[in-house]
Ligand binder design. Structure first.
Ligand code: MG
Ligand code: MG
Length: 266
């Protein structure tokens, strides 16, 4: 069942997402070669708690941490560990918050130091495909229009779309209806209505779209070992135009100051 939100609830989801955006910024300031992914996790947890929020992923269905940190061929749900980030890695950071009972959810992929042209193409394609999805996420369009927009852009740029995991509704729960696939057909699926709040999150691979799950039950990797990128924003569908509730503003501020990391811009 899709829960439509009031304007007041949408503002609460925005507040949660702004706290989340700031937490992402704190993480981004600290990404560098030699830094353990578990250290980033602690930074995010502390920042969220210090600002009155609750880390939404921690203990969610048994997930052990505040962040999902997914390096290189890890698609999503990487568990923070003693792995030390190194020059040339791409690092996807996914995080969620709960503030005043409402969830925030967004994700961002960083390049650590120099990466090759194909890696840059993957990252840029994934970021742009997210915004293509958001452009299609407008009143009276359908869920399939979002998936079509993401998929066609990704495939035109020589990348592939992961099928097993999707975007989702968001609000008083982290994952609400509807499921928002990153592939689809125009004009298919449920109609988008005023008050729907959804997270759009393309997971895009440089090689084939096939993935597998590691034995830990969380970590998902590309079957062919190719790189994977992930960007995510939470949005609200409104009569007057789609409203982006998450923000990458604090991330880009951090990137400007942290010479160790790079990322595509629109
Ligand atoms: Mg999500
Ligand atoms: Mg997420």
């Amino acid at each position: 069942m899709i829960v439509l939100k009031s304007d007041k609830e949408i503002e609460l989801i925005r507040k949660s997402n702004i706290l989340l955006g700031k937490a992402h910024g704190e993480v981004a300031r600290n990404i560098a070669p030699g830094v353990k992914t578990i250290v980033l996790d602690k930074i995010a947890e502390e920042f969220i708690r210090d600002n009155g929020g609750i880390p939404a992923f921690l203990n969610y269905r048994g997930f052990p941490n505040t962040l999902c940190v997914s390096v290189n061929d890890t698609v999503v749900h990487g568990i923070p560990s003693n792995y030390e980030i190194k020059e040339g890695d791409i690092v996807s950071v996914d995080c969620g918050t709960i503030l005043d009972g409402y969830y925030g959810d967004s994700a961002f992929t960083y390049a650590v130091g120099e990466v090759d042209e194909n890696t840059k193409r993957l990252m840029k394609t994934t970021l742009v495909s997210l915004y293509k999805g958001i452009e299609a996420a407008k009143i009276d369009n359908r869920l399939g229009d979002i998936g079509f927009a993401v998929q066609s852009y990704a495939e035109e740029n020589g990348c592939s779309v992961v099928r097993e995991m999707t975007g989702h509704g968001i609000g008083r729960k982290l994952h609400e209806d509807p499921s928002v696939p990153n592939y689809g057909r125009r004009g298919n699926g449920k109609k988008l209505k005023h008050g729907m709040t959804i997270a759009i999150e393309p997971m895009i691979n440089l090689g084939s779209y096939n993935i597998f799950f590691e034995k830990d039950g969380w970590t998902t990797k590309t079957s062919d070992g190719s790189l994977s990128a992930h960007y995510e924003l939470s949005i609200a569908i409104k009569d007057k135009g789609t409203d982006i509730l998450s923000t990458f503003e604090y991330i880009y501020e951090a990137i400007d100051k942290n010479k160790n990391i790079n990322a595509p811009r629109l």
